[in-house]
Design a protein around this ligand. Structure first.
Ligand SMILES: Cc1cc2nc3c(=O)[nH]c(=O)nc-3n(C[C@H](O)[C@H](O)[C@H](O)COP(=O)(O)OP(=O)(O)OC[C@H]3O[C@@H](n4cnc5c(N)ncnc54)[C@H](O)[C@@H]3O)c2cc1C
Length: 144
């Protein structure tokens, strides 16, 4: 058995793991970061399979409160509400990070704004997507 010593160990290389690695790198540039994964890095996990897209309240007529309530209703009120709030509020900065820092390119409207479609029980068209290959766009961007 090979033993490795590392400063930061991340288990899994889906969206969460790869984002954790990127953020760990910027928070601690000199740290030794290791990603342990049971499949191929960037090729396994659910994130790569995402077809629908990424829900985020961006439009002026939409709101994080509405996104939050859709999330809670969708979860039949079983969700951990603090985490659901973190999800809907964090989604706004995360989508900008994906486009502006990581280089993902999501579908646009003719006026250049990000296209958002109806999806998955949301009461507002708020799903950002890249055709139906959104997960591949995100993972390829993060891995690059
Ligand atoms: C077909 C499909 C479509 C989906 N569509 C959407 C959608 O349109 N919109 C949406 O918001 N969500 C969608 N989801 C849900 C979404 O993909 C997940 O919620 C999200 O990707 C989870 O990200 P993650 O990084 O936590 O997990 P994952 O992306 O699943 O990554 C988990 C990682 O952990 C690794 N791992 C697991 N066990 C071990 C272990 N024991 N040791 C080491 N590594 C391990 C895996 O190999 C993988 O690398 C979809 C899911 C599926 C399956």
């Amino acid at each position: 058995m090979e033993r490795l010593k590392t400063d930061i160990l991340i288990i899994g290389s889906g969206g969460a793991g790869l984002f954790a690695a990127l953020h760990a790198r910027s928070a601690a540039p000199d740290a030794d970061i290791t990603i342990a994964v049971k499949g191929l890095l960037g090729k396994c996990g659910c994130t790569r399979m995402v077809q629908g897209g990424y829900n985020v309240a961006l439009a002026a007529e939409d709101s994080v409160e509405r996104h939050f309530m859709d999330t809670i209703e969708g979860g039949k009120w079983l969700n951990h509400q603090e985490l659901a709030w973190k999800l809907v509020t964090g989604a706004q900065s995360c989508i900008r990070e994906l486009e502006n820092e990581i280089g993902c390119f999501f579908d646009r409207n003719p006026d250049g704004t990000v296209h958002q479609k109806a999806f998955a029980g949301q009461t507002f068209d708020r799903t950002v997507h890249k055709g139906d290959l959104t997960g591949i766009e995100i993972i390829n961007g993060v891995v690059a």
